[in-house]
Write a protein that binds this ligand. Structure first.
Ligand code: URA
Length: 231
């Protein structure tokens, strides 16, 4: 792929702006400035630099973000900043979007991508990708509640019956709940349906991906491939 196309595809601005970065010597490959916008550069396993910052080349971006509280997943947030404000400009220019949504007060693993097909695969209800939430509860969890969650509960104001695919008790007030759908406020409504209440919610797993332990709230890292998520 030619140098200008590489920068353009990775979100470094208009074609004109990308050409500018290159002729100004700000684009480097293997430590050497590439100053010809038409130079052909193999993209396999490519890492390049712009103004000294390293970027791996990915045809499609997959981003793992540890979402902090008080950020909205909406692209047009109302009360709080958007999660997109936690990402560097090239990723926003590439138009990465959250895969599903977490509530403003939910923390943890949020995937973002500019791959529309992947968003579809990961959010389509029939694909059954499991999401695991660490749920901190107001009242100690009971065996009866766990059994109800696994059997299926009816959500308030809705005909929907939803069931957990897993429910592991971590402590009296903490459970790890696995669900495959992504209905509005689903976990909070499931806990309300069994007469308990969520006081904190963190997504710790999405498909095969766990929230990386060293990823602090507000930090992000690159995902490698869809296979890594779906298996
Ligand atoms: N369930 C909820 O209630 N909220 C979330 O953010 C995610 C799942």
């Amino acid at each position: 792929m030619i140098a200008e196309q590489i920068l353009f595809s990775q979100g470094f601005g208009t074609r004109h702006e990308c050409t500018g970065l290159i002729v100004q010597g700000r684009f480097r490959v293997n430590g050497t400035a590439v100053t010809d916008p038409d130079e052909d550069i193999p993209t396999e396993d490519l890492t390049f630099e712009v103004d000294g910052v390293q970027w791996p080349f990915f045809e499609k971006a997959i981003i793992l973000l540890n979402k902090p509280e008080h950020y909205e997943c909406s692209l047009k947030p109302i009360h709080h900043p958007s999660v997109l404000s936690l990402l560097p400009p090239p990723l926003r220019v590439r138009k990465v979007q959250p895969v599903g949504r977490l509530d403003e007060d939910t923390t943890g693993l949020l995937l973002l991508t500019d791959d529309g097909k992947l968003i579809h695969r990961l959010t389509h209800p029939k694909k059954h990708v499991t999401k695991i939430y660490r749920v901190t509860l107001k009242h100690p969890v009971t065996e009866k509640q766990i059994a109800q969650l696994l059997k299926g509960v009816q959500l308030a104001d809705s005909p929907d019956i939803v069931k957990a695919v897993s429910c592991d008790k971590v402590s009296e007030l903490v459970i790890d709940l696995g669900i495959t759908q992504g209905k509005y406020h689903q976990v909070k409504r499931m806990m309300a349906a069994v007469s308990n209440r969520v006081v904190a919610l963190e997504r710790i797993r999405f498909g095969n991906l766990s929230l990386p332990e060293d990823l602090k709230p507000g930090e992000w890292t690159w995902g490698k491939s869809a296979q890594e998520i779906i298996g």
